[in-house]
Design a protein around this ligand. Structure first.
Ligand SMILES: Nc1ncnc2c1ncn2[C@@H]1O[C@H](COP(=O)(O)OP(=O)(O)OP(=O)(O)O)[C@@H](O)[C@H]1O
Length: 347
């Protein structure tokens, strides 16, 4: 539904030019919810604004619903944008218009008559839970309600794609939850394709099917959400995950970690396991079958959509041969094992 090919965006010229996007390839299939996560300044906003050409890529192709947007005339682009709704962090509602009139605005601009507009807007008020707010003004609404109005407005032209630019970043966690539920509901009921950018792992975890990680203008990693939360492939991905899970080895231990194994060291590992492995009595088996003691430093079980994910940071205590055997045993049982470092046994 959305396909960016080799998209680059450079702001300015010469020595002060900023390469905000570098050779981005992105594919969002019809009906899916795709998240792009990254740190501040990574290029998220630029990326999402390139999809409806609010920002024109310096090079590359932008195809939405089979139509190449970069070669369209202004009038054609205007038409194509009816297929692409967008919502923003700060809602961007018109303060002087009621809720109804805000939602109706894009339809007025399309030249629809009053009866048609009413027929479109009323079901959208229902869908977004704003039945009793039609005559209120934005100043009379909470942040969550304002975002609902913005969602209804974005849906008014019956788009096939919804772009969400940090749509929940200005909201408290509970309101964030209810807006994410609404987006998921819309995705399911209307089959709408959603591309969202965020710096919050919670958003990705809650509603995305796939996630891309953007860093310094490059998409450095892309994965199904379950895979990303189990085993991110990049260091940045692991940092995002560890921050989110608050699962780091104790500081005192980190200071003692050495990169290389020595004669008197034992490994500190981060284990991630899903599915059946979650319920396997792993620790006792390691002791029994490999002769290695396991000292658990941290552990938690997380639900990532329909998967259960177990995470543990542990020291494997035994001779080098035995701990090597234990690592091989873990890997052969479908666990994702990352050796964080090694600590001296007697330290
Ligand atoms: N209009 C602009 N002119 C010049 N540089 C810009 C412009 N917009 C963005 N940039 C630069 O491009 C880079 C990417 O910015 P962008 O806003 O896309 O990042 P972001 O990931 O959305 O960040 P944030 O989460 O802080 O909004 C940054 O270095 C930023 O300073």
């Amino acid at each position: 539904m959305i396909r960016l090919t080799n998209v680059s965006k450079t702001y300015g010229n010469g020595p002060t030019a900023i390469a905000a996007l570098k050779n981005i390839d992105l594919h969002v299939p019809r009906g899916s919810i795709h998240g792009v996560i990254g740190l501040s300044g990574a290029g998220k906003s630029t990326l999402i604004r390139c999809v409806n050409l609010l920002e024109r890529p310096t090079t590359g192709s932008v195809v939405v619903d089979g139509q190449e947007l970069t070669t369209l005339s202004a009038a054609e682009l205007n038409q194509a944008r009816h297929q692409i709704g967008m919502i923003f962090q700060h809602f961007n509602l018109l303060a002087s218009r009621t809720v109804f009139a805000n939602i109706a605005l894009p339809l007025e601009l399309m030249g629809m008559d009053k009866v048609e507009i009413r027929d479109r807007v009323m079901p959208l008020l229902d869908l977004t839970g704003l039945e009793d707010k039609a005559d209120k003004y934005p100043a009379e609404l909470s942040g969550g309600q304002k975002q609902r109005v913005a969602i209804a407005r974005a849906l008014a032209s019956r788009p096939k794609v919804l772009l969400c630019d940090e749509a929940t970043s200005a909201l408290d966690p509970q309101t964030t939850g209810s807006i994410l539920e609404l987006l998921q509901d819309i995705n399911r009921k209307l089959g709408l394709t959603i591309l969202l950018i965020t710096h919050e792992m919670e958003v990705v975890k809650t509603i995305c099917h796939r996630v891309g990680l953007i860093s310094a203008g490059e998409l450095v990693e892309e994965a199904d959400v379950g895979d990303f939360f189990t085993a991110p492939r990049t260091r940045l991905g692991r940092e995002f995950l560890n921050d989110f899970l608050e699962l780091e080895p104790p500081k005192a231990l980190v200071e003692r970690l050495e990169e290389a194994a020595g004669e008197h060291t034992h490994p500190v590992v981060r284990l991630a396991f899903t599915g059946d492995a979650v319920s396997t009595p792993l620790v006792s088996r390691l002791a029994r079958e490999c002769g290695v003691d396991v000292s658990i430093l941290q552990a938690k079980v997380e639900s990532i959509q329909d998967r259960t994910l177990g995470l543990m940071i542990a020291e494997l205590i035994g001779t080098p041969d035995k701990t090597r055997e234990a690592l091989a045993y873990l890997e052969s049982h479908d666990l994702h094992v990352e050796v964080l470092g090694h600590v001296q046994r007697d330290a």
